[in-house]
Design a protein around this ligand. Structure first.
Ligand SMILES: Cc1cc2nc3c(=O)[nH]c(=O)nc-3n(C[C@H](O)[C@H](O)[C@H](O)COP(=O)(O)OP(=O)(O)OC[C@H]3O[C@@H](n4cnc5c(N)ncnc54)[C@H](O)[C@@H]3O)c2cc1C
Length: 397
């Protein structure tokens, strides 16, 4: 996404470019595979309409989006409780407060959490980034352990791959803000439609697939097919490869995510809402689970339903996940079919402090530039913004 955003800006500004892509398609971590009539994204992920760089570059309406319901359902005390989004689902809020006594955590928890979210939503980004930087764990430290472990930790571990909540409060603020202001959904033909749309306006002859850059002395790219010399090079690879190609960068720590895909003859819930598990103890800890085909029916063939379950770990035993899902959804899962398990050991760069204002340098000197989610926030928006910034630095050094 970072490389494509950069290419779009260079193209717009009339600067010739050549995009060298190691894989068989553009999009990197944002990809969709098709198998047996199912659309299987490379790990459950969402498109967020509150990412300004995304909506500036891609017409989301043209992607025929299906939308998730805002808020979450939480399996707690043997039932599913709704935690509504106060702006988008105001009718759900009174019920949420009513159930406070029997519900997860305390009423004070709900007020505290709502206050954190409301502040992030209301305060302008520049001011949030002026605030002292701490960790997500520190921000949430006033919550009871029931609320922290039942709702906040699973939710954020699915977003940052970071169950320890060491992520920077600045990254947390920006992501929470985008979740409050944005709608979350997926394109009809899978999340891979997003990078495809980003690449569509670019001249195809300036994109070379199956072309891994092996070495990068100065501004010369060595690939198995030969060398490419350029006035400037921008490394917009994943963070681990970036640190290999650009030894001046430190090796990044990465977080893992695993998504287990099941198909079911009947959907375990009727609505397209993220489900969290506050009752789980021991065994596999589910970060979130969702019936993707409730939002986007085309993700499953007729008569089947697609359930995506994410664990913030490099692996998860699908059988153990299915056992947990029977409890989480309160339904029998014997007739469910395990479709595939997508393991992404390097899903997201660690975003512990200090990240500062989420604008790490992109110009490294001597015609070398870097972009990617490790330069801004660990998200599609972070990747796109960094690529846009890096191309700007190339155009106007
Ligand atoms: C399972 C999962 C779920 C996610 N969910 C969300 C979400 O809901 N919302 C969100 O905002 N973000 C989400 N993210 C994060 C988001 O996908 C990434 O932050 C973003 O896509 C990173 O883009 P990038 O361009 O920085 O890097 P990448 O996507 O890693 O792209 C790097 C590109 O460089 C290519 N490359 C690598 N090595 C070489 C080489 N040597 N030569 C040439 N090319 C090379 C790769 O093939 C790839 O195309 C999720 C990530 C994962 C894995």
């Amino acid at each position: 996404m970072a490389g494509l955003a950069a290419a779009r800006r260079l193209w717009r500004d009339g600067v010739d470019f050549l995009l060298l892509e190691a894989g068989d398609r553009v999009g990197g971590r944002v990809a969709t595979d098709e198998a047996g009539g199912f659309l299987l994204d490379r790990g459950f992920q969402v498109v967020n309409t509150a990412y300004p760089r995304l909506t500036a570059l891609v017409d989301l309406d043209a992607l025929n989006m299906g939308w998730f319901r805002s808020g979450v359902l939480v399996r707690h005390g043997g039932r599913l409780e709704r935690y509504a989004h106060p702006l988008r689902d105001p009718r759900g809020v009174p019920r949420m407060l009513e159930s406070a006594l029997g519900g997860l955590g305390t009423l004070a928890d709900r007020v505290r959490l709502a206050a954190i979210i409301a502040r992030y939503a209301a305060v302008p980004p520049a001011r949030l980034l002026d605030e002292p930087e701490t960790t997500a764990a520190e921000v949430m430290s006033g919550l009871s352990s029931a609320m922290l472990d039942g709702l906040v930790r699973p939710y954020l571990s699915g977003v940052f791959g970071d169950p320890r909540l060491t992520t920077s409060s600045h990254a947390l603020a920006m992501i929470v803000r985008s979740f409050v202001h944005g709608r979350l959904g997926l394109p009809r033909t899978g999340v891979g439609a997003m990078p495809a749309a980003l690449a569509a306006p670019l001249p195809p002859e300036r994109i070379r697939l199956h072309t891994p850059v092996e070495r990068l002395p100065g501004t010369t790219a060595h690939t198995p097919g030969g060398t490419v010399r350029a006035r400037a090079v921008l490394v917009a690879t994943d963070p681990v490869t970036a640190a290999r190609l650009l030894p001046e960068l430190p090796a990044p720590a990465m977080h893992a995510l695993t998504t287990v895909y099941h198909s079911a003859p009947e959907p375990p819930v009727e609505e397209p809402t993220l489900v969290l598990d506050a009752d789980g103890s021991g065994g596999v800890r589910i970060a979130n689970t969702i019936v993707v085909s409730n939002a986007v029916p085309g993700y499953a063939p007729h008569g089947r339903h697609l359930i995506a379950t994410t664990v913030a770990a490099p692996d998860a035993d699908p059988a153990a996940v299915r056992t947990e899902l029977a409890r989480v959804y309160g339904t029998a899962t014997e007739e469910w079919e395990h479709l595939t398990t997508v393991r992404i050991p390097h899903a997201l760069p660690d975003a512990s402090p200090p990240l500062g204002r989420l604008r790490r340098p992109v110009a490294l000197g001597d015609g070398r530039y870097v972009a990617g989610d490790h330069r801004d926030s660990p998200s599609v928006q972070g990747a796109l913004t960094s690529g846009w910034r890096a191309a700007g630095a190339i155009v106007t050094p």
